[in-house]
Design a protein. Structure first.
Length: 223
């Protein structure tokens, strides 16, 4: 009677299906840049908050209360030195690193084009659960420009919802909450549903949010 040879592993092929890759980048030495960006956002709010150019006024976006720049405006086309510096010194490198990590060699075929907006929230303002279904969007993100003093968890925190709720039964959390800090940049998949908790007390939360398109659209909206 022949003794069968022991079985051996021929090949393992491990895949990660539908990952939600998130980049958090904390910048240091950005106080002066943030001050200039915050001043710009406050000026825009003062000029447009009580007008139809406040995107919140239409009730068609997730932001509840406060001010958000018009959907007809790409913040990154605003002729302002702080916006130009942010784009060149902060956004471009982070987007390149994220896109390369997510798409690998295919990222070389992309020409990332950011479309941004500014958001200013005050006490009790918040953002409901949403995702970013922009056409040809390859990434979404947020940059924290200014935060009020005395915020406690989870005030003003961004919270992501587990896109696979069945996994909660197997020990995975239902949400992932990230702590905001001035100078922090977060990049994430556009389909990753998220919301922002309201905060209490005085002060303002100012952020720049954006989508990253695979390439520049045929019509570039200029402010």
């Amino acid at each position: 009677m022949d003794i069968a040879a022991p079985l051996t592993t021929f090949e393992d092929d491990i895949e990660i299906h539908y990952p939600n890759t998130v980049l958090q980048r904390q910048l240091e030495g950005c106080e002066s840049l943030n001050a200039e960006l915050y001043g710009l956002i406050c000026r825009l709010a003062e000029q447009f908050e009580n007008s139809p150019d406040n995107a919140v006024a239409g009730g068609e976006i997730s932001t509840q209360g406060g001010y958000q720049t018009s959907t007809r405006m790409n913040l990154f086309t605003v002729d302002d030195p702080a916006v130009a510096r942010f784009t060149q010194e902060v956004l471009t490198d982070a987007v390149a690193a994220y896109v390369e990590r997510v798409f690998g060699q295919e990222s070389q075929q992309l020409s990332p084009w950011p479309v941004g907006w500014a958001n200013l929230l005050r006490e009790g303002d918040w953002q409901g659960p949403h995702w970013h279904p922009t056409d040809k969007n390859i990434a979404s993100g947020v940059y924290y420009v200014h935060l009020p003093d005395g915020m406690t968890t989870p005030e003003g925190h961004i919270e992501f919802i587990n896109p696979m709720p069945q996994s909660v039964n197997h020990g995975f959390p239902s949400t992932r909450r990230l702590t905001p800090r001035e100078g922090k940049l977060i990049l994430f998949p556009p389909w990753y549903t998220h919301y922002v908790h309201p905060f209490r007390g005085p002060g303002q939360r100012a952020i720049i949010a954006f989508d990253v398109l695979a390439q520049k659209p045929g019509l570039d909206l200029v402010f």
